[in-house]
Design a protein around this ligand. Sequence first.
Ligand code: 5GP
Length: 114
Amino acid sequence: MSTSIFSRIIDREIPADIVLETDRMIAFRDIAPKAPVHILVVPKTEDYANVVELAAGDPQLLAELVATAQQIAEEHANGEFRLIFNTGPSSGQTVFHVHAHVLSGALEEGSLGR
Ligand code: 5GP
């Protein structure tokens, strides 16, 4: 199985602006931000392609992901945030290693379906 771009960030093979890391999770700034705060929260495992698979396969890890999003919003914004999981190519998903977009502040016009 090919290694996802996010696994290459986790392995430090390609650089990223990492804002938080635990044993099971990593968070880094999106390379093409759509809002003043746009951080990706990514479970380190690439066993789950999207949030539906993660919810079915490891609900505790999904709960950890949501708690990580809250922590990021407290550290980088006012504690309030949008949490977006693109699921499937037609929804805009381009990386099939489950991840959440944590967004805070005004979204760019035309981004994320708005
Ligand atoms: P998706 O479209 O799958 O929901 O989200 C993938 C996100 O990953 C996109 O917002 C894209 O900008 C971001 N992205 C893709 N490649 C890289 C990268 O190499 N580094 C970082 N920091 N973000 C990336």
